[in-house]
Design a protein around this ligand. Structure first.
Ligand code: ADP
Length: 270
């Protein structure tokens, strides 16, 4: 039995509900679960997760985002979602963004969105299991998981808690990208998971006056790093102040650019 089937068959294990009752996970039908990870914080992992969701939704897929970056959740703000998930008996109903992307994040369950979450590994693992078991995701083509940053214990705990189909790695030109990708590939191998590929963020910026591409953080190493680690290079995203602005204002779904238009092609359903 694959890791995924195993999870699905034992989906109710960590639930606190009466075992006779169906759980949300029993009724959910999620076709593909893809996690987005990065070597460190701030490289744009959550932004890439959000942009991927927007691109998939525009292609007509049903999409959910599980914000598993428990201690630094930023997905709800990016989508302007602040409604509390409703308890519908068999689980929590994830609130929807303006275009209908279903979102679950610890931030939506906190009293104040700026309350800090100071949790260690096991508690993070439990929360993620509940985001899987006790959330009424319903029918989804894609569930994207925004992992905690880094390649340490926290993302590993999350990865082990979910039936993932694949991983996307986000890096920036400042990083020792070869090392980051190799670590990610090793983690993925430990769990028999495919690495879908690498995305480089902050690769360049375009001068608004002359259109020249400027490599603000130095030469792009994404393609080279991906090759070294034996994974696909999915693409480069520029630094775009308009993207930062729409994310800050909760309007990521309004963002359009030639570089992000075809992001949905990165993760095709089989
Ligand atoms: P991470 O999830 O890796 O910690 P975020 O996705 O939260 O990083 O991004 C950090 C900040 O950088 C956010 O304010 C976000 O809006 C901004 N940002 C991310 N990618 C870009 C980009 N390509 N252009 C401009 N701003 C960006």
């Amino acid at each position: 039995m694959s890791q995924k089937e195993n999870y699905r068959n034992s989906a109710d294990k960590s639930s606190t509900r009466d075992s006779q009752q169906p759980s949300a996970a029993d009724l959910n039908r999620i076709k593909k679960v893809v996690a987005v990870m990065s070597g460190k914080g701030g490289v744009g992992k959550s932004t890439v997760t959000g942009l991927l969701a927007v691109s998939l939704k525009r292609q007509g897929y049903s999409v959910g985002i599980m914000d598993a970056d428990i201690t630094g959740p930023s997905i709800p703000r990016m989508f302007g979602v602040n409604k509390k998930p409703e308890n519908i008996g068999l689980g929590l109903l994830p609130p929807e963004s303006s275009t209908g992307i279903r979102i679950m994040s610890l931030n939506l369950l906190l009293e104040n969105e700026d309350d800090p979450v100071i949790w260690r590994g096991p508690l993070i693992g439990n929360a993620i299991q509940q985001f899987w078991n006790d959330v009424a995701w319903g029918d989804l083509d894609y569930l994207l998981v925004d992992l905690p940053p880094g390649t340490s214990d926290a993302p590993l705990t999350v990865m082990q808690s979910l039936p993932l189909d694949g991983i996307i790695v986000v890096s920036s030109p400042q990083e020792l990208v070869g090392m980051v990708v190799k670590k990610a590939v090793k983690m993925a191998n430990m769990m028999n998971l495919p690495v879908i590929g690498l995305v480089e963020n902050y690769s360049y910026t375009v001068c608004p006056k002359c259109g020249e591409k400027i490599a603000v953080f130095g030469k792009s190493r994404g393609e080279e790093g991906a090759k070294e680690a034996g994974v696909s290079f999915l693409g480069s995203l520029p630094i775009d102040y308009k993207l930062a602005e729409v994310c800050d204002e909760g309007r990521i779904e309004e963002y359009e650019s030639s570089e992000t238009k075809d992001m949905s092609d990165w993760i095709k359903l089989d």
